[in-house]
Design a protein. Structure first.
Length: 251
């Protein structure tokens, strides 16, 4: 008598497929502890964990928009230009107020009373009268009795050795002082081939310093003096001070 088999061939195949599917599903859904399964001879992985990579990149770089950045740069340049113009107008206004204050001081000593002497000396030595006026305003504010800490005297602040060289016997005499100072400045202009800045540098610091540094000496006082005289010269060269005020943004 034949006995019945508990499972047929098809039943066994189906049973094996079910077991294999369950194992595969378990492997997919269950987390694997690689540290526990790693062999002792496994080499450690070289590199950074994935979780640390975003921390090395700033958020601003991740979301960087070059077009937006260029627009902001353009706006900043416009603001910078407006700020520069405003600062220039402010500095120019301060400079004008200083000139007017110096002119008011000069008026106390009768600035215009010395103009005939200035024009006479300028014509004689072929020097721009406006630069002579500017030097006098910067040196003494038209005080014919002015004396510096170094011993320079008079309207154009002649040092004793310079006064003797120019034939000035009395530095407090306006006519002698202006003629001597103008002649000395003309001498400096000839020496430096008409370079006004070098001539002013030599007038303030001495020709030896200009020769030593082969140009304008790096002295703050000398550079400030040159700038001041040139500013005064620009004002004196204009028929009216108001006409030399630069236009504002609104004009």
């Amino acid at each position: 008598m034949k006995t019945k088999k508990p499972f047929g061939s098809s039943t066994r195949v189906l049973f094996l497929w079910c077991i294999g599917g369950a194992l595969l599903l378990t492997l997919i859904l269950s987390p694997i502890d690689y540290a526990a399964t790693a062999l002792p001879f496994d080499r450690p992985k070289i590199g950074l964990p994935v979780s640390t990579i975003p921390a090395l990149v700033p958020d601003g770089l991740l979301f960087f928009d070059p077009v937006h950045h260029l627009i902001n740069v353009k706006i900043d340049e416009e603001r910078m230009h407006k700020a520069t113009v405003a600062m220039a107008n402010l500095e120019y206004g301060v400079m004008l107020r200083r000139i007017e204050a110096a002119a008011d001081t000069a008026a106390v000593y009768g600035e215009t009373l010395f103009y005939p002497i200035i024009f006479e000396a300028a014509y004689r030595y072929e020097v721009d009268p406006a630069i002579v006026k500017a030097i006098i305003l910067a040196e003494s504010s038209y005080n014919p009795k002015a004396v510096s800490n170094r011993g320079a005297k008079g309207l154009m602040q002649l040092m004793p050795i310079t006064a003797r060289e120019m034939g000035v016997k009395n530095s407090f005499n306006p006519q002698q002082n202006i003629h001597g100072g103008t002649a000395y400045f003309k001498k400096l202009l000839n020496r430096y081939e008409g370079n006004v800045k070098l001539a002013l540098a030599a007038y303030n610091a001495g020709s030896g310093k200009v020769q030593q540094y082969r140009g304008i000496p790096p002295f703050k006082a000398t550079r400030k003096y040159i700038k001041k005289v040139l500013q005064y010269h620009r004002i004196y060269s204009k028929p009216s001070r108001k006409s030399d005020i630069p236009p504002t943004e609104s004009s």
